[in-house]
Design a protein around this ligand. Structure first.
Ligand SMILES: Cc1cc2nc3c(=O)[nH]c(=O)nc-3n(C[C@H](O)[C@H](O)[C@H](O)COP(=O)(O)OP(=O)(O)OC[C@H]3O[C@@H](n4cnc5c(N)ncnc54)[C@H](O)[C@@H]3O)c2cc1C
Length: 469
């Protein structure tokens, strides 16, 4: 038997029956697999593509946790109550409060569980929607390898190139899965962890037509398969009106090569459209800036900044990797605003006028016409853009994750449109809706994949088993 990353044995023959069947090898699926194996079940993971990772391994790797060792070491004051308040504020109270409570209740235990399996976190920093720094960076590929290794040691298995196509049902109860090639596998419980649909233009057109001009990034397999399979059984949906893209992306032709984009706006840049005019309060959530950018003429905008913002570059934090982008030739650079304006092809005088007005309002202490009072959220004060050299980063909006999805209860059971659990069907990760509500706090997508993936696997493992041991 060959082995997958982390040494997890790869199954080549589809078994007839397993205890817990997990679909999708991102964080939610790997966490569910391990939790089910830890609970003593024979757990099998089916992955559609030839590799592990999905969007998880393409991500910036930030998890939102509160009360961690790293926060304590960095002297960061945070609390579960503040995390809960932030989640509800960012979500404009459209979140499912029971899922918010569930996340808050289990996030620290999940963090300790992950660390117990060898996951390590780097320096914590603040990002969108966090009133205390709680973005915990980690190497996501390594994280998955660690979980898979531990799952393998407990008897779990994985199969690649095994796209699940339909859920099998006996009466009201899910009994297994049919693969795209027609093979079937029975299970005592199925966990859907197939991720979101950021890579499926048809589903995006159905649920988020406003994203028509957004770039797309995510795992190649993230086509919403699990969503469709559950919908075919009557599963309900949540948060679909709040799908948003992320601002700061550069590559129109190669979105996959561009990581998460940069947010120089949070270090003092202004965002201008192709008419050289500002169009948004740049301190707002990068999803809201993304929405505003999508309706600008020609869609592409620029983040314009000076040497003062460049001095705050940090190559270890992808969104602040301005210096790295300069080295990679991804920034326009000039000694004057007039020269920068010409270099990026804005109408003559437009950027010069915008920057002059912006600087003057700051110097006179006048309110910003677009309402910008801070650099990011409620943090930092805007400063004039007047220290050469000047930079411009072409910036678009990219779909990184879809955030909305299946309705689930606090046991991670998938609920139908009437709120009744679809028997023996569980879901976790980006495929689920409800946690984020109308807005997204950085780190809660990876966060919920870990927290809810673990719970889904554990709960699925407690379904009455028909396996004979
Ligand atoms: C560039 C980028 C940066 C991001 N940065 C962050 C961040 O810093 N913090 C954060 O919280 N979130 C971030 N996100 C979002 C986050 O990465 C995802 O929401 C999260 O990792 C999803 O995990 P998941 O396990 O639910 O799904 P995924 O990791 O996407 O895994 C789903 C898996 O299911 C497989 N699959 C799909 N269909 C089938 C099928 N029919 N049968 C079997 N397998 C199937 C897929 O191939 C894939 O391997 C980012 C996303 C991107 C793209």
């Amino acid at each position: 038997m060959s082995s997958a990353p982390g040494g997890l044995p790869v199954e080549t023959e589809l078994p007839e029956r397993v205890g817990v069947l997990v679909l999708g090898a991102g964080l939610a699926g790997c966490a569910a697999l391990l939790a089910a194996a830890e609970a003593g079940q024979y757990a099998l993971l089916l992955e559609k593509t030839g590799e592990i990772g999905g969007s998880t391994v393409k991500s910036a790797g930030l998890s939102a946790f509160s009360g961690t060792d790293e926060q304590v070491e960095q002297g960061i004051a945070d609390s579960v109550d503040l995390l809960r308040k932030d989640l509800l504020d960012v979500g404009k109270n459209r979140n499912d409060p029971a899922l918010v409570d569930l996340y808050c209740e289990h996030q620290l235990a999940t963090y300790r569980w992950l660390k117990g399996h060898g996951v390590r976190y780097g320096e914590i920093h603040a990002a969108s929607g966090q009133s205390a720094p709680r973005s915990h960076p980690t190497d996501t590929t390594r994280m998955l390898e660690l979980l898979l290794r531990a799952a393998g040691e407990r008897g779990a298995r994985i199969m690649f190139d095994a796209p699940a196509d339909r859920l099998l049902r006996d009466g009201s109860r899910v009994t297994g899965v049919r693969l795209a090639d027609g093979r079937e596998v029975r299970a005592d419980a199925v966990v859907l962890a197939t991720g979101g649909f950021s890579m499926n233009p048809e589903l995006l057109a159905t649920f988020a037509p406003q994203m028509e001009h957004a770039l797309r990034q995510g795992g190649a397999g993230n086509q919403g398969d699990g969503l469709k399979m559950a919908m075919a059984l009557g599963a309900g949906l949540r948060d679909t009106p709040y799908i948003k893209g992320t601002y700061g992306h550069f590559h129109v032709e190669h979105p996959d090569e561009d990581g998460t984009g940069i947010l120089a706006v949070y270090k003092g840049a202004i965002a201008v459209n192709r008419e050289g005019r500002r169009f948004v309060d740049e301190s707002r959530n990068y999803k809201e800036i993304g929405d505003a950018a999508l309706v600008q003429p020609g869609v592409t905008t620029w983040q314009v900044f000076d040497a003062q913002a460049m001095a705050q570059a940090n190559d270890e934090v992808p969104i602040y990797e301005f210096a790295g982008r300069e080295r990679a030739g991804m920034l326009a650079k000039a000694g004057t605003i007039a020269a920068l304006e010409a270099e990026i092809g804005l109408p003559e005088g437009s950027l010069q006028r915008t920057v002059a007005e912006y600087n003057m309002a700051i110097e006179r202490g006048e309110p910003d016409p677009l309402g910008r009072a801070h650099l990011s959220g409620g943090v930092g004060n805007p400063t004039p853009i007047d220290r050469p050299p000047f930079y411009a980063h072409p910036s678009g909006t990219v779909m990184l994750a879809t955030y909305c999805g299946l309705t689930v209860d606090t046991r991670m059971r998938v609920l139908d449109w009437w709120g009744a659990p679809i028997e023996r069907l569980y879901a976790a990760g980006e495929i689920t809706g409800g946690l984020h509500g109308a807005g997204y706090m950085t780190g809660t997508s990876i966060g919920k994949s870990g927290v809810f993936g673990r719970l889904a696997g554990r709960n699925a493992a407690h379904e009455e088993s028909e396996l004979e041991w």
